[in-house]
Design a protein around this ligand. Structure first.
Ligand code: PMP
Length: 425
């Protein structure tokens, strides 16, 4: 029965039970961290062979590049071919770079701020600027844009992606709105995948800024949890069809595929955007770490090798997602105080609790030894107006620990909701 339908006396009884459940949870003395989407040690072990894939006797790429030396700003061609195939991008329109796609996002925005874009050589830094942030979203996108002086404007997300009518209305008349963040597949944190219809609407909408950019952060495009899985959109082709080939900058990396701290990142875009990016990139680098790129090339072999490797990740992490979902179901279904996503891929589950209680839940969990991402982190400036969204990252702890954390979390959700309902009574 929904808690809000209970009488005060019934709520008080439930509160006593909830306090007991919470005390039991706290007494277990757990020390767990489900704050960030990191691969578990077992997932990192899947890529152990990377560390021996290149030796000094064997450091020439298939096309004859000595990867120890300078050069090759675009990144190793054969690796770009593999990831170009996976991301549906011609090899000349994808670059392979260092270990962090976030750095590529920072570089793209910084180049636009300092030098303008292929369409408009007015540097973005010369005027005030805004960026659209679908919520709930990824805290590092928000922090990066804020640090670069963008005002963050929120629009809601649903199961099919950002609310495109809201976006279209905003961008149609305001030339200071220069872009939108989109995590197209298995978004961080809700797991939503954008529909083709919404993608097309974003790509062909009229924008007051002639150099508006869709920052298409395809971080989880290969991270399916279940089969059969959805297909990746050919976003560059869609942008071209819409007559706005330069509108999209696509980003990805192997951070959650091989070693999170030592992977390879990718940027894919129109030929014009790629030459613009390379021109500015070349001022600061003679070339990326090609030894690591050759390691990745040898480790995967081909696109099928990447797909097979991702299936091994799914085997390891699917049980953790399932454990969290089934615990939440068992503890909270029908209570009317929480909802949660059950994603088909990616790294996160979004838990939506009774409005006004997310920060209390996070605090209760922390005091009982389970660290969660701070409430509000899923929203620009750390401000969730409903104080209701909590991001759960189930991949890093063991299955046993993540199940214990989910059980404890459910106890915190119930306790915080009962406290609130009784305070309002
Ligand atoms: N984008 C999204 C949506 C992410 O969730 C993450 C990792 N949490 C990143 C980018 C970071 O990617 P990288 O390691 O390539 O910088």
């Amino acid at each position: 029965m929904a808690l809000k339908d209970l009488s005060t006396a019934e709520l008080e009884t439930q509160l006593t039970d909830a306090r007991d459940a919470y005390a039991k949870f706290a007494n277990r003395g757990l020390l767990l961290d489900i704050t960030r989407g990191k691969p578990s040690p077992e997932q990192l072990d899947l890529s152990a062979d990377l560390l021996t894939a290149v030796t000094n006797d064997d450091c020439i790429s298939p096309s004859g590049v000595d990867v120890r030396n300078y050069g090759g700003l675009e990144g190793l061609r054969e690796l770009r071919e593999i990831f170009g195939e996976l991301f549906r991008v011609p090899v000349d329109q994808i670059l392979a770079q260092g270990n962090a796609s976030l750095t590529l996002m920072q570089q793209a925005l910084t180049f636009a701020l300092l030098h303008g874009t292929p369409e408009l050589d007015t540097p973005w830094a010369t005027h005030s600027r805004r960026i659209v942030c679908p919520v709930p979203g990824y805290d590092r996108h928000f922090a990066l844009a804020e640090e670069l002086g963008f005002e963050l404007i929120t629009v809601p997300m649903d199961d099919e992606g950002p609310d495109v009518s809201a976006v279209r209305e905003l961008v149609a008349t305001d030339p200071t709105i220069k872009g939108i963040w989109v995590v197209p597949m298995y978004s961080n944190p809700t797991g939503a995948t954008i529909s083709e219809e919404r993608a097309r609407l974003l790509l062909d909408m009229p924008t007051a800024a002639p150099d508006f950019r869709v920052l298409w952060d395809n971080a989880y495009g290969l991270h399916h949890l279940r089969e059969p899985h959805g297909q990746m959109l050919d976003v560059l082709a869609l942008a071209e069809e819409a007559g706005n080939p330069n509108r999209v900058l696509q980003f990805a990396s192997t951070s959650k595929i091989t070693h999170a701290g030592a992977g390879v990142s990718f940027i894919a875009a129109s030929p014009e955007n790629i030459s613009w990016f390379l021109k500015h990139l070349g001022a600061g680098s003679i070339g990326p770490d090609k030894i690591n790129q050759l390691r990745h090339l040898r480790f995967f072999g081909d696109a099928a090798g990447v797909v097979a490797h991702m299936a091994k990740h799914a085997e390891l992490i699917r049980p953790k997602f399932d454990a969290v979902i089934s615990t939440l179901e068992a503890q909270l279904a029908g209570s009317g105080i929480a909802g949660w996503t059950n994603p088909d891929g990616g790294y996160f589950i979004t838990l939506t609790v009774l409005p006004g209680t997310a920060d209390r839940v996070v605090k209760l969990a922390a005091e009982a030894g389970v660290k969660l991402t701070p409430a509000g982190a899923t929203h620009p400036y750390g401000l969730d107006p409903d104080n209701a969204v909590i991001r759960i990252a189930p991949t890093m702890p063991s299955l046993e620990d993540v199940s214990a954390a989910a059980e404890g979390l459910a106890a915190c959700v119930r306790l915080a909701a009962l406290e609130k309902l009784l305070a309002e009574d």
